[in-house]
Design a protein around this ligand. Structure first.
Ligand code: ATP
Ligand code: MG
Length: 652
C-alpha cells in the first residue's frame, strides 16, 4: 500500500441483532469489554483460572524481552489432564467427547472416559518407543479419533506434536519433519476421501527417504490397505498401544513448555513453523471457545468442520472443546460424499447446535443451491461461525438464511495460526452482526488499524491490521528462527504485531477484514481491496464465488481483473453477463472499481486449506507463466482457466 490508506468502498446497511434468548443466557456479556480494558492482565488471569493448574503462576506476563512473551510464569499444568482427566474425575466420564463419523458411514462414539483410557495407553506406548519430553512427533493422519488421541498423548508427555495435513505431499511432509527435526511419525495406512480409500503410508515412506533421523513410524490401521513395511522402524498402533495399561501418571509441564509446532497454510510464502506453548495457548482456546461460541457443554453439540491438520482443527476440534468438556462432531470425509447433502444429514443426525466452517465451503454450498439444505431439518442449529478468509456479505446472508434458518447469529472470526485463538469476532449475545464484518477485537485483545506510519486511522479509514498488546495464545517464535519471527511480525511497526492483513474501520468503528495487504490493488492512484470487489461480484445473484487481482495496465497502473464462478451447475457466461457484472461492480462500489475484465471460470485455484491463491491468477492476467503451484489442491484448475483466456472480455 502507498501512503494513502485503503479505499473504503463497500456499503453495507444490514444488521442483525443478537437473538434475545441467546442474549439473556449468554456466557459472556458486554461487561467483559469494560473488565478487560480496566485490567487486561487480571482479565486473562481469570480466564486461566478456568483451567486446572498443578502449580500457580507467580507472574501473569513477562514482556521484559519483547517480542518474546512468557505467560503465567512459574505455573505448571498438563494439557491432556485439563482436556480429559479432570472431566472424568469430576464424574463426567460418560459424557460424549466425540461423535465421530467416517466417510463410508461407520461411526464411533467416544466418551471422556474412553478418551482418557486411549490417551493413557498411547502415552505409555510412546514412552516405550523412546519418546521423551521435548521430542517432536510428526502426525500425518486422516480425520480419525486416533489423531486426537495421538495429539493428546504427545501433550501429556510434553513431546510437541507437529501435525501435517493428510492431503499434503511427501515433499511437504519431509521438509516439515526436517525443519522441526522430528524423530517419530504417527500415521495410518490411509483414510477415506471421496468414496475411496486413499493411501497415506506410501507418502511417509517416500518422505522418510530424506529424513534419516526418524526412528519409528507408528501406523494406525484404518482402511486395511496393503502397506510396505520397514522392519525395526514401523510398528502397528494396535500392536503397541492396545496392550498398554490405561493408567498413566501425567507430569505437570511448565506453562511455557512447547505444546506444538504448526506450519502456516502457505498462502503467501514458505510456511512458517509456528510455536505454541502450554498455559497461554490452552487459556486462549478454552476461553474463546466459551465466549465466542457461547458453549453450553451440557446441551450443545459443537461441530468444527475443518481438518485437524489446520490450526482451526487444533484449537476448535481438539483443545478448546475438550478443555471445556464439550461434545463435538468429527467427520472424516468431504461434503459431497456420498452426495451433496452429507453435512446436513450429519447436522440432523447428531442434532448439531453450533457449526463452524470456512467461507470457501459456504460459497460452494451457494453454488450447489439452497434446495439441498432445504431437504433437511436443520432446526437444531443455534449459532454459526466462519473462519479462514473474509466472508463476502452475500455468503454471510446466505449462510444465515439457508443454513441458520434466519434465526442463528453468524460469528465471523478473524485469527491466524500465529494468534492461536480467535482475536476478532462478534460476541453472539452482545454484538449485532453486520454481514462481512468481524466487528470487534475480543475482550483482552487490543487490535487497531493503522496507516503506513503506524498511526491509528480514524473511523471510516482503512489500512494495516495490527495487535497492540501481547495475548496468551500468541505464537512464541518461528521454530528455530527467532530472527524470522521478529522480521515477519514485529518489524513493520515499532512495538506492534503486524498480521499481514488489511482492514478498515466503518463509521461505527467496527472492523472489516480486507484480505492480505499484498493483494491490495493500486488503480489510478487508489488502493482498492480485492475483497471488496469480490464481495460486490458475489452480491450479484448469478455469482457464487469471485477472485480479483490487479494486472499491470499502461494507463491505470493496475487494472482489475475478475474471475467468477456462477451459481448453479453448468451455468455459462457470455458477453452480456460479463458487461452486466462490470456494471454491477461499478454501481456497487463506484466506477473506479469497475473490472477491466471479467472471466467466467469453472473453478478457482485454492490452497489445500481452501484459500484463493490470487498470485497464480495474477500470472494468468498478466500473461506470465505460472509460479509455484505445489500448494494447490488441484493443479488442473489452472489449465481450465488458461483455456478460457481467449474468450476473456476487455471493454473500455
Ligand atoms: P501463510 O501465512 O503461510 O501465507 P495463511 O496466512 O493462509 O498462510 P493461516 O494462518 O491458516 O495461514 O491463515 C490466517 C489468515 O487467514 C489470516 O491472516 C487472514 O488473511 C485469513 N483469515 C482468517 N480468518 C479470517 C476472517 N474471518 N476474515 C478475513 N480473513 C481471515
Ligand atoms: Mg499468514
Amino acid at each position: 500500500m502507498t501512503k494513502e490508506t485503503l479505499s473504503n468502498l463497500l456499503k453495507e446497511n444490514r444488521r442483525f441483532d443478537p437473538p434475545p434468548e441467546l442474549a439473556a443466557h449468554a456466557n459472556v456479556t458486554a461487561d467483559a469489554y469494560a473488565e478487560a480494558s480496566a485490567d487486561r492482565l487480571a482479565f486473562w488471569e481469570r480466564a486461566a483460572e478456568r483451567l486446572q493448574w498443578d502449580e500457580p503462576w507467580t507472574q501473569v506476563l513477562d514482556w521484559s524481552n519483547p517480542p518474546f512473551a512468557k505467560w503465567f510464569v512459574g505455573g505448571k499444568l498438563n494439557v491432556a489432564v485439563n482436556c480429559v482427566d479432570r472431566h472424568v474425575e469430576a464424574g463426567r466420564g460418560d459424557k460424549v467427547a466425540f461423535h465421530w463419523e467416517g466417510e463410508p458411514g461407520d461411526q464411533r462414539t467416544i466418551t471422556y472416559a474412553d478418551l482418557k483410557d486411549e490417551v493413557c495407553r498411547a502415552a505409555n506406548a510412546l514412552t516405550e518407543l523412546g519418546v521423551n519430553k521435548g521430542d517432536r512427533v510428526a502426525i500425518y493422519m486422516p480425520m480419525i479419533p486416533e489423531t486426537v488421541v495421538a495429539m493428546l498423548a504427545c501433550a501429556r508427555l510434553g513431546a510437541p506434536h507437529m501435525v501435517v495435513f493428510g492431503g499434503f505431499s511427501s515433499d511437504a511432509l519431509s521438509t516439515r519433519i526436517q525443519d522441526c527435526d522430528a524423530h517419530f511419525v504417527i500415521t495410518s495406512d490411509g483414510g477415506y476421501r471421496r468414496g475411496n480409500a486413499s493411501a497415506l503410508k506410501p507418502a511417509v515412506d517416500e518422505a522418510l527417504k530424506s529424513c534419516p533421523d526418524v526412528r519409528n513410524v507408528l501406523v494406525v490401521r484404518r482402511t486395511g490397505q496393503d502397506v510396505d513395511w520397514t522392519e525395526g522402524r514401523d510398528v502397528w498402533w494396535h500392536d503397541v498401544v492396545d496392550q498398554q495399561s490405561a493408567e498413566h501418571t501425567a507430569e505437570a509441564h511448565d506453562a511455557e513448555h512447547p505444546l506444538y509446532v504448526m506450519y502456516t497454510s502457505g498462502t503467501t510464502a514458505k510456511p512458517k513453523g509456528i510455536l505454541h506453548t502450554t498455559g497461554g495457548y490452552l487459556t486462549g482456546v478454552s476461553w474463546t471457545h466459551y465466549e465466542v461460541f457461547d458453549i453450553k457443554p451440557e446441551t450443545d453439540i459443537f461441530w468444527t468442520a475443518a481438518d485437524i491438520g489446520w490450526v482451526t482443527g487444533h484449537s476448535y476440534i481438539v483443545y478448546g472443546p475438550l478443555a471445556n468438556g464439550a461434545t463435538s462432531v468429527m467427520y472424516e470425509g468431504t461434503p459431497d460424499t456420498p452426495d451433496r447433502g452429507r453435512w446436513w444429514e450429519i447436522v440432523n443426525k447428531y442434532k448439531v447446535t453450533i457449526l463452524y466452517c470456512a467461507p470457501t465451503v459456504i460459497r460452494m454450498f451457494m453454488k450447489w443451491g439452497e434446495d439441498i439444505p432445504a431437504k433437511y431439518d436443520l432446526s437444531s442449529l443455534r449459532l454459526l461461525g466462519s473462519v479462514g478468509e473474509p466472508i463476502n456479505p452475500e455468503a454471510y446472508v446466505w449462510y444465515r438464511e439457508f443454513i441458520g434458518g434466519g434465526r442463528c447469529p453468524v460469528v465471523d472470526t478473524w485469527w491466524q495460526t500465529e494468534t492461536g485463538s480467535i482475536m476478532i469476532s462478534p460476541l453472539p449475545g452482545v454484538t449485532a452482526g453486520k454481514p462481512g464484518a468481524a466487528m470487534k477485537a475480543l475482550p483482552g485483545v487490543v487490535a487497531d488499524v493503522v496507516d503506513d506510519q503506524g498511526q491509528s486511522v480514524p473511523d471510516g479509514g482503512g489500512g494495516f491490521l495490527v495487535l497492540r498488546e501481547p495475548w496468551p495464545s500468541m505464537l512464541r517464535t518461528i521454530w528455530g528462527d527467532d530472527e524470522r519471527y521478529i522480521k515477519t511480525y514485529w518489524s513493520k511497526f515499532d512495538g506492534l504485531y503486524f498480521a499481514g492483513d488489511g482492514a478498515k474501520k466503518d463509521s461505527d468503528g467496527d472492523l472489516w477484514l480486507l484480505g492480505r495487504v499484498d493483494d491490495v490493488m493500486l488503480v489510478s492512484g487508489h488502493n482498492i481491496s480485492t475483497t471488496e470487489v469480490e464481495s460486490a461480484l458475489v452480491s450479484n445473484p448469478k455469482v457464487a464465488e469471485a477472485a480479483v487481482v490487479g494486472a499491470s495496465d499502461p494507463t491505470t497502473g493496475q487494472a482489475i481483473v475478475a474471475f467468477v464462478i456462477l451459481r448453479g451447475d453448468g451455468a455459462e457466461g457470455g458477453d452480456e453477463l460479463v458487461s452486466e457484472l462490470r456494471q454491477h461492480v461499478a454501481k456497487a462500489l463506484g466506477p473506479i472499481a469497475r473490472p477491466r475484465q471479467v472471466m467466467v471460470v469453472p473453478e478457482l485455484p485454492k490452497t489445500r486449506s481452501g484459500k484463493i491463491m490470487r498470485r497464480l491468477l495474477q500470472d494468468v492476467a498478466e500473461h506470465r507463466s505460472l509460479g509455484d503451484v505445489t500448494t494447490l489442491t488441484d493443479s488442473t484448475v489452472m489449465d481450465l482457466i488458461s483455456e478460457k483466456l481467449p474468450t476473456a472480455k476487455s471493454e473500455d
